[in-house]
Write a new protein. Sequence first.
Length: 241
Amino acid sequence: MNTLELFPVKLFTFDWDGDLDDILERCIVNQKDLRGSFAATEPRELSQSDPDALPKLFPELSEFIHDCLDQVREYHNLQCDELKVASSWVNRYRNRALLPWHLHPMSAFSGTFPINDSGLLSFKDPVQFRMFESTMPLCDDPKQIDVETKPGQLIIFPWWMEHGAVNLDQSDRWSISFNAMASGNINMASIKPLQDNVPQNVLDQLPYVPNLSSARVDIATNPNEFCTERKVDSPSAKITT
């Protein structure tokens, strides 16, 4: 018997060779400046900072992440100038802290950068029909996959991959997460003919046919860059169609 893998989901991992101890120290020393739920008056099992952590505290890590995102863009041959981090935040998990299943709207690709832990990042099967066994017999196919994280190993995944995490260690678990969106000229290539194997010299002579989903999007490095008043913690963008 043979099997075919149709539409497999691609996750990407990249290893950073920088100073993780320095990154962790900056997280701990600057906890008061991280704001978000770090500023809560009562202790939290899970604390998350305001969404401007990378440009504010970790510029060298931001450069590494953008280099990795560019490799993802090239792998998928995405029609955009770049994938740019629109929001980023620090996570601190106390012992037994749980991050429930969730998605990342307002993002094309999301990612997490473990700083000091080797815990699990759990992903749920994105095919919802397989999650409900009302018409299928029960089987041993996994409904979730637990990815063992490594300090300094960046994981990038599509925004629609539902995921969650829990800290089962006694020590605090630290990580940096982010959302990235397409930036610059998007979907500007001419629409191609429906026929396959059209010679390149013929394609070169065809008129430009714009894609109706084309746009020019400028993603702010700081999510509050385009805000005159800080009222919301959502990514900002200027969009021209």
